[in-house]
Write a protein that binds this ligand. Sequence first.
Ligand SMILES: [Zn+2]
Length: 320
Amino acid sequence: MSTVQSVLGPVDTAELGTTLMHEHVFTLTADSQAQWSDEWDEQTRVADAVQKLTELRATGVTTIVDPTVDGLGRDVPRVLRINQQVPDLTILVATGIYTYADVPGFFAHRGPGALEGLPEPMVDLFVRDIEQGVQGTDVRAAFLKCAIDHHGLTGGVERVMRAVAQAHQRTGVPVMVHTHPGTRTALEVQRVLGEEGVAPAAVLLAHCGDSTDVDHLAELADAGFLLGMDRFGVDTILDFDSRVATVVAMCERGYAERMVLAQDAACYIDWVQPDIMPLLPNWTYLHVQRDVVPALLERGVTREQVDTMLVANPRRFFER
Ligand SMILES: [Zn+2]
């Protein structure tokens, strides 16, 4: 038996079941939220999250993987309070740092940011989250998260990525990297994590599904990475038909074992003006089960391939 740490304690990976590999409970800009926002009411938002996650669980999804880390307003005590009210949903949380450019100010003049040659303090902090618990709770992070967007491999992005790799080497938990397929930043991930000795099979390249470049995706899959077709519903970046067609084409080429599905949705995200959200009607927790899976089946993807993407691949990722 192989176990993975969830918000509510260790879970047999065989019990993860139907898993959405990239959903946030909340995506918040913690500092700005505290300064400017009148949109947050704790009780209302928590009750709304309990309702939305209960609806999601009712569709047959048993696990969500939440890559909310420093830079996205991670609040694991709050996620714990919510999960306790939806106890039959498994939530896996992450440690790491989400930045496209600089390290957070907190780390700017610590470790190698202060003096070249000093050890990287992020590594011990990530390991503490994985081995002991996050933010004073007993909840342990199940995976590591970092990001590289169209800005490329800035100094800050590289510092975080190498710290994530080193925490992976010490703990064995897998790594999720936010990538920008339009500028092929996954190739930088391949190089840097390769230099740090991280096996591609332990790495999920998030947001591959924003691309229709099947040759590029096949190249990443051939290298051994798991690909996140994980923004169904973000129709402003890529429309539904194109996202579906890309997964279909990849399945036809034999890559079902290298893809996972998700929406990158949240109960509430403060990055988007609330009155714009109606322009994204499919960007909810329910889109994959309600619309995506039927469309894949209709276009020739088999039920077995769908299960591979929703059940077997997530399980294998967390069994490492
Ligand atoms: Zn995300």
